[in-house]
Design a protein around this ligand. Structure first.
Ligand code: NAD
Length: 260
């Protein structure tokens, strides 16, 4: 379905971003990876996922908190396999603390990585998508783009912000074949959440398995984690012909979290 398309997925060396990159590669899209950590392993996993279509995989290590590096990545991505047709803004970090104790530098970096980076990639990707009259921008927000949780001021602010950016981008491009939508996952068992589970276990002197159970039962009625594979399939749906008139939604995949 996505042969000859190029997808750039930020923060795709781990977790949800890697899951989405693999799902898009399975549909034939060439992929530009970004993120830190295990680049070779991620590249191999995406090549394997897309091997039936001979997909090509490139990588740029831009730090999403730095606009100049983002500009460099967008130029690089456009020069690899043709312009970016599918942009997935996924890179993100978390920090938990009450508002009055929230470290200012953590606030700044969460807003930069989880929100402002999506503004930069979007503004730089749009002209080529508009010229081609086809584009898909998928912002990985969170259920925290729809509801709040204590101790997550910067994250919740950034995720509500990205839902707003999604709506405006969708409205400005609705008539020209470029859609923009947000995906709002509940708990997904990735390194970002594992850190929170480990902290809970240490704080309460309970096992990691018990902390995991508590985390799910506090918020997620399905009592299970959403998987990167499920989120990848939702991203694929947004890129499919059936998704072409979906504009500006914030689509939660959260086991019922936001329905409460
Ligand atoms: P993760 O920690 O597994 O992956 C984060 C990715 O972002 C990694 O590839 C990392 O290298 C990259 N990254 C971090 N800082 C970066 C920077 N400055 N520049 C470039 N890349 C950077 O986390 P994840 O859980 O897969 O999270 C991915 C996205 O999904 C985030 O936006 C997160 O807020 C969102 N999300 C996660 C959950 C969850 O439960 N895990 C729920 C809702 C939303």
């Amino acid at each position: 379905m996505l042969n000859d398309k190029t997808a750039l997925v930020t923060g795709s060396t781990s977790g949800i971003g890697l899951g989405i990159a693999k799902a898009l590669a399975r549909q034939g899209a060439n992929i530009v990876l970004n993120g830190f950590g295990d680049v070779d392993g991620s590249r191999a996993a995406v090549l394997e996922a897309g091997k039936a279509h001979n997909v090509k995989v490139a990588y740029h290590g831009a730090d999403m908190s730095r606009p100049a590096e983002i500009e460099d990545m967008m130029k690089y991505a456009g020069g690899q396999f043709g312009h970016v047709d599918i942009l997935v803004n996924n890179a993100g970090i978390q920090h938990v603390a009450p508002v009055q104790d929230f470290p200012v530098e953590k606030w700044d970096s969460i807003i930069a990585i989880n929100l402002s980076s999506a503004f930069h990639t979007t503004r730089l990707a749009l002209p080529a998508m508009q010229a081609a009259k086809w584009g898909r921008i998928i912002n990985i927000a969170s259920v925290h783009g729809l509801v709040g949780s204590a101790q997550k001021a910067a994250y919740v602010a950034a995720k509500h912000g990205i839902v707003g950016l999604t709506k405006v981008t969708a409205l400005e491009n609705a008539a020209i074949g470029v859609t923009c939508n947000a995906i709002c996952p509940g708990w997904v068992l990735t390194p970002l959440v594992q850190k929170q589970i480990d902290a809970k276990a240490a704080e309460q002197g309970i096992s990691v398995a018990e902390a995991q159970k508590q985390l799910l039962s506090e918020k997620e009625p399905s009592l299970r984690f959403t998987t990167p594979e499920e989120l990848g399939e939702l991203a694929v749906f947004f890129c499919s012909p059936a998704g072409s008139n979906i504009c500006g939604v914030a689509w939660n995949m959260d086991g019922g979290w936001a329905a409460q």
